[in-house]
Design a protein around this ligand. Sequence first.
Ligand code: HEM
Length: 196
Amino acid sequence: MTMTSGLRKFVLTVHLTFSVGWIGAVVAYLALGVSAVTSQDAQTVRAAWIAMELTGWYAIVPLALAALLTGLVMSLGTPWGLVRLYWVLITLALTILCTVVLLLHMPTVSSLADVAREADGADLGRLGGDLLHPGVGLLVLLVITVLNVYKPRGVTPYGWRKQREERARLAQRGSAASRPEVSSPTRAGPTRGGTP
Ligand code: HEM
């Protein structure tokens, strides 16, 4: 079902807020992770780990799920479709991958935050930081953003088949309309090709 233009703009606004917000929350998490690794002050390391746990569960996880959900609505509610174009498919796969890795990693963050709450200075120093997951995640999120903005043209085999079917249907409607004895409506919709 294709969304009306007003609804599409509204959902796109929501999608952008969540997905770009996800990137911002990961940057904040990285800043906390860096201070957990580099700071010599026990209070700062403890506070960083507690804040990383809160940022992860209450900002990054909800934003990730919301970006995925609104991305699905954007795809299914517009002529882009979900499996017609490679950029949408790759976006979907990478977003699911990031979300799954995030959900699997967060319990470890919670355990380390618990240790940080209890540990004394020397133990806190051994906790280290958490830079790999947010660092790689941030890079993947930036790749997704570039894909979504540039929208490369590659069409999947399913997308080609759909395009051919729609062209054939439009051509059929056109030829029916040009015959005077046929009184069918000639409401030819827009071609739903690779660039809606
Ligand atoms: C981290 C995750 C994501 C980020 C950072 C992101 C980013 C963006 C951005 C910046 C745009 C605006 C592009 C423009 O209007 O020029 C956009 C649009 C779009 N996104 Fe996402 N997105 C994400 C996830 C998803 C997912 C999971 C899907 C679906 C599988 C998706 C599908 C779409 C579609 C179809 C549009 C085009 C909307 C339109 O033309 O009206 N996105 N996204």
